[in-house]
Design a protein around this ligand. Structure first.
Ligand SMILES: [Zn+2]
Length: 243
């Protein structure tokens, strides 16, 4: 499976390497601000056509983007908030984290306003894998999520926000239209992070952990305090000219 895609990616990678000689293009990663996203607008270096890397959506609209990663913990309270408040969140799910209780996510997708997006199969640092490895992780997750949820994911969040142009190229070969990192991580890890003042177009990162309900409330409250409404990513990526 995916042999021709791997070959295609390898050839494209070669041409990219030749074409990129002498150009200084930084890969965007965790913590990139609006400037990095703006620099990526239009798909990166002209002519290459890689999917854009977006950590913040340039927009004048009073919107913020809620994204929730992984999928291991299936808290009913978090699902209730997403459904009752009709939060248009992007869920970057690992197929293995959904497989033991797919219904938790199909309910959210069918009755709520969430979309299921790609976060790889086994959460590796994609930059450490060869072309075949990237293909297996990104295309493999896309195929499994499409089989489970009936829609091919269009967005990829690389694990740890780690990526380079080879990752973007592999993502493109798997049908990914944009690589999404984040502006602010609201996840309670060892402690609850300070709540930042959200701005239009910010991308909020959350995780399916036992604190998701509380973290989600904190994010929604911060959005409300800033006069921002949660919105779906895809239409705003298009409106911003990123797709
Ligand atoms: Zn993750």
């Amino acid at each position: 499976m995916g042999r021709s895609r791997v070959l295609l990616a390898a050839l494209a990678s070669l041409s990219l390497a030749l074409g990129a000689a002498g150009s200084a293009q930084a890969g965007a990663g965790e913590g990139d601000g609006p400037a990095a996203a703006a620099a990526e607008a239009g798909g990166g270096r002209p002519g290459v056509g890689l999917p854009p890397v977006v950590s913040h959506v340039p927009t004048q609209e009073k919107v913020v983007f809620i994204t929730i990663d992984d999928g291991w913990n299936h808290d009913p309270e978090a699902a209730r908030i997403l459904l009752e408040q009709r939060v248009p969140a992007s869920l970057f799910l690992l197929p293995g984290a959904t497989a033991y209780d797919t219904g938790y996510f199909t309910t959210l997708a069918e009755q709520g306003r969430v979309t299921v997006e790609n976060h790889t199969v086994s959460h590796p640092d994609l930059t450490a894998l060869d072309a075949a490895g990237k293909d297996a992780e990104v295309c493999g997750a896309g195929e499994q999520l499409e089989a489970a949820f009936g829609r091919q994911p269009k967005l990829l969040r690389p694990p740890y926000g780690v990526l380079n142009d080879d990752v973007r190229l592999a993502a493109k070969a798997c049908g990914v239209q944009a690589v999404i990192t984040w502006t602010h991580d609201f996840t309670t890890w060892s402690g609850t992070p300070a709540t930042p003042r959200l701005k239009s177009g910010d991308i909020v990162l959350l995780h399916f952990t036992p604190t998701l309900a509380a973290d989600l409330r904190r994010a929604l409250d911060a959005a409300r305090a800033a006069g921002l409404k949660p919105a779906a990513l895809m239409p705003h990526l298009k409106a911003a000219g990123l797709l």
